[in-house]
Design a protein around this ligand. Structure first.
Ligand SMILES: *Cc1c(COP(=O)(O)O)cnc(C)c1O
Length: 462
């Protein structure tokens, strides 16, 4: 039995997998301000045309350009590891595998798409990218990719993380990016929010508004915006995770996994691992696919499926997704990457169809799982990743109780070496659990009433 399954560089996947080609109920189209589906030219001030084409593509396999692979070789193919020490600790008959995305230079899965997006922008003649970041992981990933490809990078970082995670900001600066706290005084969107709520901890929705505004108002026309999750092309770039994992499970002598788990903020690391296996499920395989979120920001488990904006200032097109409402400001929990009001439309359409079974966990249970992980497997995981570990532990214990030799596969989305303040709070008993009150949810989803309705279509097969 091998503890880690490595692929040769020559075995790296050369195409990404697009779930949009196989979903039995295709995702609803994004809508413009007039309530009609948007056209590619409407997105042109925000994204380069090559990425807009990818966003709308329903082609099943899309070639990965060689220059992108050349950069990914720095850490890919990523190892598939077997969590033998956790298995022993739990006395479970389950075999637990995890895809280790913590080994990228920025410490998470996010560079998989950052590199691809920076590359496509550069090919399209763009010289500067703007973006938002929550916990700082995405800002770091894009700063890293821009440094390698010679692009300028501007990052609007959610205020609470900017204050809690100064080292992430410093990492971005090492890679040459310019990082400011959001809401900032540099944009109309930021100034408007600061006037209403001077003490706001900020949110991804606000930071996205600022980054888009900064991109579309650049008079040179050479700035575009880059999003780290949620959109179809981002999820597409992340499927290299699941495609590698599939080859590696085969090397380990396994067939398909019984359970696939990932934490979900905007849905990209979960989708990256799960989509290639979702194709098998659509074709008849019996796989439990579980996206995990915090109870404090319960998008998939409690929020309605509706058309909503991706940002607070309503600058983005309307996306059909599970949403807590675009003005929702999540409580300041420590898994900053899981504090987003919406969720990837492709993930949501698969949830509506019944292909995925989302669940939510309290942050204290997640930190407890993170400590168990650190004391068995050894590594210190990101607070986001701890949600996937909590679900993995629950599934492994269930397998023990049922006496079943299940294969569990999860996404180890990142390390937590820049997130020790959250661990400190947990270990010193200062962390409290928070369940979003129903009244707050009702109030925050009121904004959806005046937007077009999104029919929840399903075949009833799952
Ligand atoms: C950003 C982040 C997440 C959440 O983002 P997704 O798009 O849902 O993957 C999860 N884990 C880590 C380590 C992250 O940095």
């Amino acid at each position: 039995m091998e503890h880690k399954i490595l692929l040769r560089e020559s075995e790296i996947p050369r195409q990404w997998y697009n779930l949009a080609a196989d979903l039995p109920t295709p995702p609803l189209p994004p809508l413009g301000p007039n309530g009609k589906p948007i056209t590619p030219d409407m997105l042109a001030p925000v994204f380069p045309m090559n990425l807009i084409e990818q966003e709308a593509s329903t082609q099943r396999w899309i070639d990965i350009p060689e220059p992108i692979l050349d950069i990914l070789y720095r850490w890919r193919p990523a190892p598939l590891r077997r969590a033998v020490y956790l298995e022993k600790h739990l006395k479970t008959p389950a075999r637990i595998y995890y895809k280790d995305e913590s080994l990228s230079p920025a410490g998470s899965h996010k560079p998989n798409t950052a590199v691809a997006q920076a590359y496509y922008n550069k090919v399209a003649g763009i010289t500067r990218l703007t973006t938002e970041t929550g916990a700082g992981q995405w800002g770091c990933a894009l700063a890293f990719a821009c440094a390698l490809l010679g692009l300028e990078c501007k990052v609007y970082m959610v205020r609470i993380s900017f204050d809690q995670k100064p080292f992430r900001k410093l990492m971005m600066q090492v890679w040459g990016a310019n990082c400011v706290a959001s809401p900032s005084t540099e944009t109309n969107a930021g100034r408007t929010i600061l006037a209403e709520m001077p003490d706001t901890p900020g949110s991804l929705g606000i930071a996205i508004s600022e980054a888009i505004e900064a991109a579309v108002t650049d008079p040179t026309g050479k700035t575009r915006y880059s999003l780290g999750s949620v959109l179809n092309h981002v999820l597409l770039h992340q499927t290299i995770i699941g495609l590698e994992a599939k080859q590696q499970l085969k090397v380990a002598g396994e067939k398909l996994p019984d359970v696939v788990i990932g934490c979900a903020g905007g849905g990209s690391n979960f989708a990256g691992l799960a989509f290639p296996f979702t194709a098998d499920k659509i074709n008849g395989a019996n796989i439990d696919i579980i996206p995990v979120e915090p109870t404090a920001c319960p998008t998939m488990t409690r929020a309605p499926f509706a058309y909503d904006h991706g940002d607070t200032a309503c600058m983005t097109p309307l996306l059909a997704m599970h949403t807590l409402g675009h003005a929702f400001v999540p409580p300041p929990i420590h898994a900053g990457g899981l504090r987003y009001h919406g969720m990837a439309p492709l993930v949501c359409q698969a949830i509506v169809e019944g292909l995925f079974a989302p669940r939510s966990y309290h942050q204290s249970k997640c930190y407890e799982s993170a400590l168990t992980w650190a004391k068995t497997e050894g590594a210190i995981c990101a607070p986001e990743t701890s949600h996937a570990i909590a679900a993995t532990i629950d599934e492994a214990v269930k397998a023990r109780e049922e006496g079943k030799e299940k294969v569990i596969l999860f996404s180890y989305s990142g390390h937590g070496l820049m997130d020790l303040a959250g661990y400190d709070k947990y270990m010193s008993g200062q962390l409290s659990d928070y369940e979003l009150p129903e009244e707050v949810l009702q109030k925050s989803t009121k904004v959806l009433e005046n937007l077009p309705k999104a029919p929840a279509r399903k075949t009833g097969r799952w």
